[in-house]
Design a protein around this ligand. Structure first.
Ligand SMILES: Cc1cc2nc3c(=O)[nH]c(=O)nc-3n(C[C@H](O)[C@H](O)[C@H](O)COP(=O)(O)OP(=O)(O)OC[C@H]3O[C@@H](n4cnc5c(N)ncnc54)[C@H](O)[C@@H]3O)c2cc1C
Length: 278
């Protein structure tokens, strides 16, 4: 099948993109096109206008804000994989990027496109939840910042209104002693995940965040290790307790069968091991 006929605009400024969004009610933002392309071909979306935002300089830039890194929404997965974006989380961002799909998809697919689509099985969603990323959103009536957890309302459902653009992702700078781990289980390398475990914690300050995701379920976040470790101590990944973790996932409302829960608990456990590896 082929897409319906549509107009195409490639604005050079955020304001021009917002003007297009405001004047064309049936418009769609185009970033890397890696999700939107197939949706157009299947006619799941039938826009009158595509607004290509990839030539807007602010959206492809990265800046150091001191306590956070500001990554433009159109920065590609490949740019992060190739270390063109500073990785203050000890290689965590690079590792996540390199596990997304395959290289051709990574050269086009963008951070902002992935988060705006909010597929629960997508990598950045889980990976950035544990880093407490905030999203910068702008519309004709002003800009706002929202935490990633609040931004995602459900599977493929976000806080973005049709007249708004996601312009940047603010990733708080990790403390030097922080540890990060990521583990993705999928049938073939580069596929969407059957299960994801992502963790960030700081043995010094005691901060802890572990995310389990996969399939079509919303990611589940644990902010304290007590319900997951038999000794309550994340510094000992061997004390990660599978039955406790499966119960915790159930209690958190993850609707999955025992096999799926077990696979997600395994991903969590391996993310912990990844975080503790030298
Ligand atoms: C074969 C294949 C395998 C894949 N495997 C994986 C995988 O393993 N893991 C993974 O995480 N992803 C995977 N993906 C998805 C890929 O990572 C895409 O990058 C991502 O889903 C969408 O990013 P995009 O830049 O291509 O966005 P687009 O496809 O251009 O847009 C996606 C949606 O977001 C909207 N949008 C885009 N940018 C913005 C913005 N700045 N503001 C507001 N709305 C916006 C668009 O209107 C559209 O609705 C895969 C894709 C393919 C084709």
């Amino acid at each position: 099948m082929k897409p319906v006929a549509f107009e195409y605009e490639r604005p050079r400024t955020i304001d021009a993109a917002l003007e297009h969004l405001a004047t064309a009610p049936n418009a769609k933002i185009l970033a890397g096109g890696q999700t939107l392309g197939p949706m157009l071909n299947l006619r799941l979306v039938q826009p009158d206008l595509l607004i290509d935002i990839t030539r807007i300089p602010e959206l492809v830039s990265v800046s150091d804000e001191g306590d956070a890194l500001k990554i433009g929404a159109c920065v590609t997965h490949a740019s992060i994989e190739d270390a063109r974006v500073e990785d203050h989380a000890n290689g965590y961002l690079r590792r996540v990027a390199s596990g997304i799909a395959y290289r051709a998809v990574r050269t086009r697919g963008t951070l902002g496109g992935s988060l705006s689509h909010a597929d629960p099985a997508a990598d950045w969603l889980s990976a950035l939840l544990v880093l407490k990323a905030e999203l910068e959103i702008t519309g004709l009536h002003g800009s706002r910042r929202v935490g990633l957890k609040k931004f995602v309302r459900g599977a493929m459902e976000t806080d973005l209104s049709p007249e708004e653009l996601l312009i940047a992702v603010h990733v708080p700078r990790s403390e030097k002693t922080a540890r990060h781990g990521y583990y993705k289980i999928c049938r073939k390398t580069g596929e969407f995940a059957d299960a994801i475990g992502a963790v960030s914690f700081n043995p010094g300050s005691g901060g802890f965040c572990l995310v389990a995701a996969g399939g079509s379920e919303q990611p589940v976040t644990f902010e304290s290790p007590e319900n997951l470790f038999s000794q309550g101590d994340p510094l000992d990944p061997d004390s990660f307790d599978m039955p406790m973790a499966m119960d915790a996932l159930r209690e958190a409302g993850m609707e999955a069968d025992d096999y799926e829960l077990q696979v997600r608990a395994v991903a969590m456990s391996r993310a912990m091991q990844d975080a503790m590896s030298p």
